[in-house]
Design a protein around this ligand. Structure first.
Ligand code: ADP
Ligand code: MG
Length: 366
């Protein structure tokens, strides 16, 4: 059983201060896995709690398959919810935890003990914890506990699965494993799923679609490729991964930093101030005299598997990722190529850039 979820113009005010949500609208298709991605405080949990029925919106509607869901009591809404902090019952075994939702149904709707046992065994197999039914939560690792929490959420055969940073408290390696595991699980079970995270990588790797939130609003909705490669706003670009942010002045479609032309817009952009965003892996360095902007190395340092270099071009400072075997002394002249850059005027959508036309001395003198 899988349903479409419609969030229609939902707003939430908690009283004083800015609204936690303003006019959020979103269509989640049956069996879709949608990630709500945004910084802390952007309203992700509030939205999830409204869909679950744990919170009432100040205005707006929530529909399941076109039917009003807000008037349906929480217990009847058919929601499986997993929180960041494993809310397992400590005094119950794993099997009792998973069975809890079924055992607490009114007698008329409660499956028989034999059916419950069968269902619990199936679910423990699904989350690969067959042998753990008799253990208590304290005897499990964090990752195992979250898998139990998921099995418990699935036990009631929910229409919708809501996951609020379910892997947030786990260490990086376990998170990565569980991410893959959850995607595979979703492909098999096909529950309509809303997954909250503030981790871009997690959202990009897991989700069919990503909803980027900021300050109670949706900034952009799209496929992982859309939001990563074609951010509509500077906020989304900045949030989706590491980047250099350069204040520029646009003149005839050319972005100028100081008095140096650094990029040209591929679509019309108004003259005036704008922001240019570039990711470190989209900047390449060459020997002086090879194609590119004339730059100088300001700093370099080890950065995981690669080496990260700071290069200055005009008044702009870019970060570039290079192979760790390459040495680039501070002060060295280099050719800087922006393989991919995006320009954001103060209003209107971002546009892709290409290299600027050759610059004559005095072209953009200030
Ligand atoms: P996120 O999950 O994206 O971190 P939240 O939905 O938890 O964001 O919070 C969004 C905003 O709403 C924040 O400014 C938060 O302080 C506020 N907020 C959340 N819950 C409550 C509440 N029960 N009472 C008052 N303010 C709240
Ligand atoms: Mg939250």
């Amino acid at each position: 059983m899988t349903v479409a979820v419609t969030i229609d113009q939902v707003g939430k005010n908690f009283g004083s201060g800015a609204p936690a949500l303003s006019n959020v609208s979103l269509e989640v298709k049956p069996s879709e896995l949608v990630a709500l991605l945004g910084p802390s405080g952007s309203g992700k949990t509030t939205l999830l709690r409204i869909v679950a029925g744990l919170e009432q919106p100040s205005h707006g509607r929530v529909l399941f398959d076109g039917q009003d869901a807000l008037s349906v009591p929480v217990r009847r809404r058919g929601i499986g919810f997993v929180f960041q902090n494993y809310a397992l019952f400590r005094h119950m075994t794993v099997a009792e935890n998973v069975a809890f939702g079924l055992r607490s149904r009114p007698r008329a709707e409660r499956p028989s003990e034999a059916e419950i046992s069968k269902r619990v065994a199936d679910l423990l197999a699904l989350v690969q914890l067959e042998a753990f039914g008799g253990r208590f939560p304290a005897q499990l690792s964090g990752g195992q506990r979250q898998r139990v929490a998921l099995a418990r959420a699935l036990a009631i055969e929910p229409k919708v699965l809501l996951l609020d940073e379910p892997f947030g408290a786990l260490d990086a390696l376990v998170r990565k494993e569980l991410r893959k595991w959850l995607r595979e699980l979703h492909d098999r079970t096909g529950h309509t799923t809303l997954f909250v995270t503030h981790d871009q990588e997690e959202a990009l790797e897991l989700a069919d679609r990503v909803v980027v939130m900021g300050r109670g609003k949706i900034e952009q909705v799209g496929s992982p490729d859309d939001v990563y490669d074609r951010p509509e706003t500077a906020a989304v670009f900045g949030f989706m991964g590491e980047s250099s942010r350069i204040e520029v002045e646009v003149k005839d479609g050319v972005a100028i930093a100081g008095s140096t032309a650094i990029a040209a817009a591929t679509q019309p952009v108004p003259d005036g101030p704008a922001l240019l965003y570039v990711r470190p892996h989209d900047v390449s360095l060459g020997l002086p005299g090879t194609p590119g902007l004339r730059g100088a190395v300001r700093a370099f340092r080890r950065h995981g598997a690669i080496r990260r270099v700071e290069v200055e071009v005009g008044s702009a400072l870019f970060e570039a990722d290079i192979a760790p075997t390459v040495r680039v002394p501070v002060g060295e002249a280099v050719a800087v190529r922006l393989d991919r850059a995006r320009l954001f005027p103060p209003t209107g959508p971002g546009v892709d850039c290409r290299p600027p036309p050759p610059q004559q001395p005095g072209d953009y003198a200030i």
